[in-house]
Design a protein around this ligand. Structure first.
Ligand code: URA
Length: 209
């Protein structure tokens, strides 16, 4: 995993260590950003959400998994991917030797859309304020995008998921691998093997970094 960095978005202050080998940027980090996002009212979803679902996991993780938006269970518990789809994601992670403590998990938007509809463009745009700062703080080496909505949104394309899978992309210079959303895998279990292979591809890439 990369060297821990605590980075303030609002008031960065560089501090070199005694030997000048590491630079830590002190100040507010992810927990501060999460605290500020908790009161967000930048879009209409603030009216209907129970709580903001910021993201969870290892803040020094090399890989960040990104889904589309919290569902009902996530909205209730305040954590991403804790419903049925999330349980499948957990099983898939553990089958490849990963778990929630070794990765970071988040969504492109932080509040549940009513009836789990797709996020609207202006909601994604509003939430981008939090999303970009969160990624800046995490500094992952690889992103793994879960499903069509996350993939099409971040890669700015209308291409179907099937055509985005199987090759590397980039988001702001970070290597990106696209795989199926675990909710889709619950409906189409025959695709699980491909998703498992996707996770192995991500791990191989991390080993080579
Ligand atoms: N689906 C998502 O895309 N994200 C979650 O957090 C839960 C379900």
């Amino acid at each position: 995993m990369h060297t821990p960095v605590s980075l303030s978005v609002s008031e960065p202050q560089a501090v070199a260590d005694g030997e000048g080998l590491a630079v830590q940027i002190t100040g507010a980090g992810l927990s501060d950003l999460a605290a500020r996002a908790a009161d967000c009212r930048l879009c209409r979803l603030a009216e209907t959400r129970t709580q903001v679902v910021f993201g969870t996991g290892n803040e020094q993780a090399d890989v960040v998994f990104i889904g589309e938006a919290p569902g009902q269970e996530e909205d209730r518990r305040g954590e991403p991917f804790v419903g049925r789809a999330g349980q499948l994601l957990d099983r898939m992670l553990s089958a490849t030797g990963l778990d929630r403590d070794s990765v970071y998990i988040m969504n492109i938007i932080k509040c549940r859309p009513p009836n789990n509809r797709d996020p609207k463009g202006d909601e994604v745009q509003a939430c981008n304020l939090w999303f970009e700062q969160q990624l800046d703080l995490l500094q992952p080496r690889v992103l793994c995008l879960l499903g069509r909505v996350a993939a099409q949104t971040l890669l700015e394309t209308d291409a179907p998921l099937g055509s985005l899978r199987g090759r590397w992309h980039a988001y702001q210079g970070i290597p990106v691998w696209v795989t199926y959303h675990p909710a889709y895998l619950l409906r189409s279990p025959s695709q699980k093997k491909k998703s498992w292979q996707d996770l192995l591809t991500v791990q191989e890439r991390l080993r080579g970094l």
